[in-house]
Design a protein around this ligand. Structure first.
Ligand SMILES: Nc1ncnc2c1ncn2[C@@H]1O[C@H](COP(=O)(O)OP(=O)(O)OP(=O)(O)O)[C@@H](O)[C@H]1O
Ligand SMILES: [Mg+2]
Length: 614
């Protein structure tokens, strides 16, 4: 630890100490301070600081002023009479206090600092997620005090589960820490392996810690307690001096593995990150359950990521999770979509600029809805299509959006393919129901899917309910009251992209047929009061390409709007009708246009023959 004045800079935990008080620092101010403290007594130019802290990224130099202000406030320093940071106008800064090497302050010393969120996010390219990091920190603190922790980290594909665990891992295992105070290893579940390879992620994680600087100690424990695992890891020949040491622990019993992992956690606190548990084998899941249920203290933490949508109703993970949650033996951190401010920060980071073009955020958000993988993919797509471009490749050159960016930006192919793969994993009947749902808008009532498919409403409603319960593409959002007084559930797609992909994967003729059935069902349900739903009916006929019925429904809708004194709406509907009629009768005679004619008191709708239309 570097010591200056009454402060100590704690590189292990990336924070600052004043006596026994831990002062949290944001990652960048911390990095600035660290660089100054590590280079005391000399001029550090603006360029040098910018180069060191933002390599290969253009950053406005003014940002340094902001950080210095922040650091001076924390250190109680002054610009005029600096005790620590001296500003050398137009040149840079100099750390003027003397710096001494202080005693190190490790996690095992037991005295205080354990983890700070600033430390966790310092090295990773992580945007936002402060709340989730703070929760991980609390879990980590508890683990370091001897309480075993099981943390589930869940969220849809691309939401940032791995990125968050990377932030955790980097802090403890990055190369600049030759002796991490924690053993941390990752085990990846692989689709298809679950049914064949028992304990696949556990073995992978053990393999990692065997190869770590603490590998020898780890191997010694495995040799004593689980020699067959050592053999499985391919480490036996080098380690086993005396084959009689092999006491053949039966590793089929989770209890034995629990004891072994607990023993490993006495070498150093142990974190296992198991990724994508939706593909885990049952043995690993039962191990998770067994570990959580054991009572003795252990500095052991499992972080298990999974996609809720990909676990079927009968998946072991679902049962294990439910049991552990009920008994409060595990915690779950659910990753929600990033808020708009974080999307903006992510775009800035990806583009290497301070502020992205104002329209860009709304275009990206329109499709991505806060999913960081989607944000990045859409951004790359816009650049590839030259809808987002800059005239020079020089760092700092401004990005510009093409005027047609809003209308021409579409879902990138790879993203659509990713969603398509997810859809294909569902039974065919469910795929058809979701396709039918996509014909409405982001939300649809079950009756519309039943109408589109000519199917049984009750069965379709049950299927939607099941899909919603398993977080498969849709969620239940309410009830639709039908004209006959009955009620029917309403569902919404959890992501607009799902709806779009589901809509476009249907052939045009199939889609048209389904749209027409919905329009007809609406007409039947509202018989005698068709005008109330004429706008919706028109939308389906338009989408089906039936211009004649579309124009008719739009006229009815416009008349209805007019009857309600909604002249603007009526005019808009008529304009649409006009367009539709024009496209239907392109070049044909007799169609004319529909016009809203006005006199001083009344407005009415008239069909104007083509030869009289203006
Ligand atoms: N908070 C974040 N800040 C910056 N980038 C992020 C963030 N979250 C995710 N990303 C980016 O989004 C992409 C997808 O994230 P990640 O791989 O962590 O998702 P995931 O939830 O693990 O997905 P999967 O379920 O497919 O494993 C990554 O390329 C990552 O760089
Ligand atoms: Mg992942």
């Amino acid at each position: 630890m570097k010591q200056f004045g009454s402060f100590r800079l704690d590189a292990a935990n990336e924070c600052l100490w004043r006596g026994g008080e831990q002062i949290a620092l944001q990652p960048k101010p911390y990095a600035v301070l660290r660089y100054l403290v590590e280079n005391p007594g000399r001029l550090i130019t603006h360029d040098e600081l910018l180069d060191k802290l933002w390599p290969e990224t253009y950053v406005q130099p003014q940002i340094l002023r902001t950080y210095m202000l922040e650091l001076r406030r924390i250190l109680g320093d002054s610009l005029d009479e600096p005790k620590f940071i001296q500003t050398l106008p137009k040149r840079g800064y100099c750390f003027v206090a003397s710096v001494a090497e202080g005693a190190s302050h490790s996690v095992e010393s037991g005295s205080a600092p354990i983890v700070s969120t600033a430390a966790l996010s310092a090295q990773s390219k992580l945007v936002g997620r402060e709340k989730e990091l703070a929760r991980l920190c609390v879990e980590l603190q508890q683990m370091l005090s001897g309480q075993r922790r099981i943390v589930l980290l869940s969220g849809e594909a691309g939401i940032g589960k791995t990125t968050l665990t990377d932030a955790l891992a980097e802090t403890w295992c990055c190369n600049s820490r030759p002796q991490p105070s924690i053993l941390l290893a990752r085990g990846q579940c692989v689709p298809g392996f679950g049914s064949r390879e028992q304990y696949y992620p556990v073995l992978e994680a053990l393999g990692h810690i065997c190869a770590s600087p603490d590998g020898e100690a780890v191997c010694r424990v495995l040799l004593r307690m689980a020699p067959e695992w050592l053999a499985l890891l391919g480490r036996q020949p080098a380690q086993v001096q005396n084959p009689t040491q092999l006491t053949s622990t039966d590793m089929r019993h989770p209890g034995n593995i629990c004891t072994t992992l607990e023993e490993l956690s006495t070498i150093k606190p142990l974190i296992f990150i198991f990724e994508d548990m939706q593909w885990a084998d049952d043995s690993t899941l039962h191990l998770l359950s067994a570990l959580a249920r054991r009572r003795g203290p252990a500095k052991l933490m499992i972080v298990a990521t999974y996609r809720p949508r990909d676990i079927a109703a009968d998946h072991t993970l679902r049962r294990v999770r439910q049991d552990l949650m009920l008994q409060r033996l595990c915690t779950e951190i659910v990753l929600e979509p990033l808020p708009k401010a974080d999307v903006l920060a992510l775009l800035s980071m990806e583009l290497g600029i301070d502020a992205p073009p104002p329209r860009l955020v709304s275009i990206v958000q329109h499709h991505a809805e806060g999913n960081p993988l989607f944000v990045i993919s859409i951004l790359q797509h816009l650049i590839a299509q030259r809808l987002l471009f800059r005239d020079s490749s020089e760092a700092g050159a401004p990005w510009e959006l093409a005027p047609q960016a809003e209308t021409e930006s579409a879902i990138p192919d790879e993203l659509a393919q990713m969603v398509e793969l997810e859809i294909c994993r569902l039974p065919e009947e469910d795929q058809r129901i979701l396709e039918a749902g996509s014909l409405m808008s982001v939300a649809f009532p079950a009756w519309s899917a039943a109408a589109a498919l000519n199917g049984d409403l009750m069965e379709i409603e049950e299927a939607c309910e099941r899909l919603a319960r398993n977080a498969h593409f849709v969620q239940h959002v309410g009830l639709d009251e039908l004209p006959d007084g009955s009620r029917c559930s309403f569902y919404a797609f959890t992501h607009g992209i799902y709806r779009e992909v589901l809509y476009h994967r249907q052939s045009e003729s199939r889609r048209a047929r389904r749209h027409i059935r919905i329009a007809e069902r609406l007409g039947d349900m509202f018989a005698g009061r068709e005008a109330h739903v004429a706008r919706e009916i028109a939308m389906h006929y338009e989408a089906a390409g039936d211009q004649k019925l579309g124009v008719q429904a739009l006229r009815t809708a416009a008349e209805y709007a007019l009857a309600r004194q909604s002249r603007t709406e009526a005019a808009e509907l008529l304009e649409r009708a006009e367009h539709l009629a024009a496209s239907a009768n392109h070049g044909q005679n007799g169609s004319g246009v529909i016009q809203l004619t006005r006199n001083s008191k009344h407005a009415r709708i008239e069909h104007v023959p083509a030869h009289k239309a203006n």
